[in-house]
Write a protein that binds this ligand. Structure first.
Ligand SMILES: [Zn+2]
Length: 250
């Protein structure tokens, strides 16, 4: 973890410091070696948050785009369940940065627990994973010339889309600095998916900005995406979607 409580204050790891875990109250030791990012580890291997993923430079790079007080937010559920969210914004969006593959059941559990959830997924682990997104822009349909960065794709291919397209959270794939982020609208599925490309800065700024009545910030981006989806779904020139839906139902 990036923060631990030292004399009751959240503090980053420094050599020889000990702290208390803000989530479970156990002792923590600062780990400041040369290989991994400086972090806090539980002194005794105990069961803290089973959803916690070992942090990489990639995690830290993302987390540091947001104010320190938003990072490692301890979210308590109604039943007393507790988890450490990577980031929680002023508009109560929880952002989870996912570097390694995630088990299907755990993904669903996290989506249920956090509800307003944004996943940022490291897409650089397998070289070919970006290809279906690039192809989508060639073969996908963007019936609205005003929305060239959004499209609908049929039978999305590739492991990332297969694993994530049914997520109830907003999923963003990060393929490295030289590429835009690819955003999959929640509730896409293996028959079709709605996809938008967006720059890092646009996403980060929208999440930092506090939304008032849904008119700005990330809520406004969602609204814009939904307008596009509604126009697509209403377009009589594109009957294939309905047909595919019927096939799926039947
Ligand atoms: Zn702990």
């Amino acid at each position: 973890m990036k923060f631990s409580l030292v004399n009751g204050q959240r503090q980053e790891a420094q050599p020889k410091l000990t702290g208390i875990c803000p989530a479970c109250g156990a002792f923590m030791t600062a780990r400041c070696g040369r290989i991994r990012v400086h972090h806090w580890a539980h002194t005794n291997q105990g069961r803290c948050d089973p959803w916690w993923e070992t942090e990489s430079e990639w995690h830290r790079g993302w987390k540091n785009q947001f104010p320190a007080e938003w990072q490692e937010f301890i979210q308590r559920g109604d039943t007393g369940e507790k988890h450490i969210a990577d980031v929680k914004t002023k508009n109560c969006w929880v952002i989870e940065f996912q570097h390694s593959a995630i088990d299907f059941d755990e993904r669903i559990s996290r989506e249920r627990f956090y509800q307003k959830l944004i996943w940022i997924v490291d897409g650089t682990k397998h070289k070919g994973d970006i290809e279906p997104f690039k192809k989508g822009f060639i073969y996908g349909q963007s019936p609205d010339p005003l929305s060239p960065n959004k499209y609908r794709t049929f039978f999305p291919k590739g492991n990332l889309l297969k694993n994530w397209s049914e997520s109830s959270g907003h999923v963003f794939f990060d393929f490295g600095e030289e590429h835009p982020l690819w955003w999959i609208y929640p509730g896409s599925n293996e028959t079709y998916a709605y996809i938008q490309s967006i720059t890092r800065d646009q996403l980060i700024q929208s999440l930092q900005e506090q939304s008032v009545s849904g008119k700005n910030g990330f809520d406004a981006l969602i609204h814009d995406f939904e307008s596009f989806i509604k126009r697509c779904e209403a377009d009589p020139e594109l009957p294939r979607l309905q047909r595919l839906k019927d096939i799926q139902k039947g």
